[in-house]
Design a protein around this ligand. Structure first.
Ligand code: SF4
Length: 313
């Protein structure tokens, strides 16, 4: 495992006391979803500012549960035919590649997901058989947790196994680790992903332009042979502003990353304070539409019943 990124993840801030001390604030307390802030991300938070948009994403909630919020808003568990697999659409299958994330985003819809029961590495033989037998599948999505918390060696093993199923053409990887710990984009990882016969689509998860840091910009240059997309979540206090989202789109595009989806919040308990009304979301989006070229405009979507549905404006 590469020592720089591994050290950054291993030495993450993991308690409220530590977070308050290192970030020079008093707003952290121990919440339901444990605190986890990797050092490379913590370095980008403005010390002493409890309203910093990067800090707010990792700050546990003090809000009350509201109607319509649940522990598992997307009900992924209902679409898990075997351990490690979520299969909602005939042509693509999502694999829970890792039980771990490099960061704990306090709005995450999977914060209550039972990873112990569903990771793939402990069930790889059965998963290979599932990929062989389900003839409609042509795309494999590695998600988690975050697949890039696995070592390069494990990723190489997964890529080679997927390559072995001739029918599968595309490998999609969803990752926030590559953004919050840019040193995770190692030369070896870039090599594995650029040499496979599979068409690799890397979907980053970036919510704020300050996350597109100089070190991320430099590291992501290694992945230019892949298709690079981004998805964001519209979060109150973090990016609920057309100017911030416009700046994010421009910064992404400058690094050859296409702004792809802007998700409305999934209503998971603990994330109530991030919610923006549909009306406000549409206002922000109209403003964004008026200021950006079409290729810089992400689709505004809500995940419903396993699908990302466009929120028409
Ligand atoms: S990295 Fe992704 S899966 Fe992990 S906590 Fe953040 S949003 Fe959730």
């Amino acid at each position: 495992m590469n020592s720089t990124w591994n050290k950054s993840v291993r030495n993450s801030i993991k308690s409220a006391d530590e977070a308050n001390h290192q970030l020079d604030v008093e707003c952290f307390y121990e919440g339901k979803f444990p605190i986890k802030i990797p050092l490379e991300f913590a370095d980008k938070i403005e010390a002493g500012n409890p309203l910093d948009p990067l800090l707010l994403q990792v700050l546990p909630s003090t809000s009350q549960t509201q109607e319509g919020f649940s522990v598992s808003p997307l009900e992924d568990e209902k679409h898990s035919p075997i351990r490690g697999v979520i299969h909602k659409y005939p042509s693509r299958v999502l694999l829970i590649a890792s039980q771990v994330c490099a960061i704990h985003c306090q709005y995450c819809f999977r914060q209550n997901f039972d990873y112990e029961e569903r990771d793939i590495l402990s069930n790889w033989r059965q998963i290979e058989q599932y990929l062989q037998e389900n003839l409609g599948i042509n795309e494999v999505i590695l998600s988690g947790g975050d697949p890039l918390t696995l070592s390069d060696g494990k990723i190489e093993k997964i890529v080679k196994s997927v390559e072995g199923v001739e029918r599968i053409k595309t490998l999609r990887i969803h990752s926030r680790t590559a953004v919050v710990v840019p040193s995770r984009i190692t030369d070896k990882l870039a090599d594995i992903l650029s040499k496979t016969r599979l068409k690799v689509v890397m979907v980053f998860h970036i919510n704020h332009p300050r996350e597109v840091s100089l070190d991320f910009i430099n590291q992501v240059k290694k992945l230019q042979s892949l298709t690079l997309l981004n998805q964001s979540v519209l979060l109150k206090g973090v990016n609920d502003n057309a100017s911030i989202l416009g700046t994010l789109s421009h910064k992404l595009f400058a690094s050859s990353i296409i702004p792809y989806y802007l998700h409305l919040l999934d209503k998971v308990i603990g994330a109530e304070h991030f919610l923006i009304s549909d009306l406000r979301a549409k206002e922000i989006y109209r403003e964004l539409q008026n200021s950006l070229s079409g290729y810089l405009l992400p689709k505004l979507v809500r995940d419903e019943g396993g699908e990302s549905k466009s929120l028409l404006v």
